[in-house]
Design a protein. Structure first.
Length: 269
């Protein structure tokens, strides 16, 4: 019977989280990009992308194994090893087919494994799901409202489907211009959808920045979870207060200088 893997130490957990924060994007690209490179006219691109994605999986497995020597005895480690074996570019060997269906399942399994294992991706998926529900609700309600306001006088809103098409295009900020509201109520619905679209893009950008470690790290914040500090250890509010004091001092000195210049001008030559 195989021995159970020992629990991870705090240092191993921290090292794994740092590695995953750096390697999440390459893993996702390695799993998904080959699914879209399927044209038989670009065989050499398929080989290059497939080999590159496999190398990404191997690097992740090797690094995870170095961080945790017992990684291959854990469930995630066994899954990753199986994916590495399945996605090996066997098609480079003459006479062996690429097993595209099996490769597809293996790459999708790697994406699922990454989602389940990474807390940041779980939070991202949960946040994206909530934002999607809210945005869809606003688009449906605003599109129906625009349809009611425009249908009688605007032939472009001929059906509810036309209104929903307009709502989705407006949300994504594409703006084809094929359907345009003319009534005040219809335009108000359009403004609501546009504001929602901008908000969704902002939330998505912030979530992606957090996911791929583009935001300030915890080392840049107070060790007790407080405010961010600069290199000298000063908090951001304290730094701003100091800058304001310096600006007031500069303003005071400029006032004195202007007064002295004015006095000299008033003196008889």
């Amino acid at each position: 019977m195989a021995a159970h893997a020992a629990p991870l130490t705090a240092e191993q957990i921290a090292n794994r989280e740092r590695w995953q924060a750096r390697w999440n994007l390459p893993i996702l690209l390695a799993a998904l990009v080959p699914l879209f490179v399927t044209s038989p006219k670009t065989r050499w691109i398929q080989v290059f992308v497939g080999l590159g994605s496999w190398i990404v999986f191997v690097i992740d497995l090797v690094v995870q194994r170095r961080i945790d020597p017992s990684y291959l005895r854990r469930r995630n480690g066994r899954i990753d090893l199986a994916i590495v074996l399945v996605t090996f570019p066997y098609y480079l060997i003459s006479g062996i087919s690429n097993g595209s269906a099996l490769l597809l399942l293996a790459r999708l399994a790697r994406v699922v494994r990454l989602l389940l294992a990474t807390a940041g991706l779980r939070r991202f998926a949960a946040r994206l799901g909530k934002v999607t529900i809210i945005a869809a609700l606003i688009v449906v309600l605003a599109s129906l409202g625009a349809y009611q306001a425009e249908h009688a006088t605007n032939s472009e809103f001929a059906t509810v489907g036309d209104a929903l098409w307009w709502g989705i295009v407006t949300l994504t900020t594409v703006g084809y211009g094929d359907i345009v509201p003319k009534t005040t109520a219809g335009r108000f619905c359009g403004v609501a959808i546009m504001i929602t679209g901008v908000a969704v893009l902002g939330v998505l950008a912030g979530s992606l920045a957090s996911l791929f470690n583009l935001e300030p790290t915890s080392e840049e914040k107070d060790p007790h979870g407080g405010e961010a500090t600069d290199e000298a250890g000063r908090s951001v509010p304290a730094e701003l207060a100091m800058l304001q004091a310096q600006l007031r001092e500069v303003e005071h000195r400029l006032g004195q200088l202007a007064e002295a210049i004015s006095t000299r001008r008033d003196e008889p030559g």
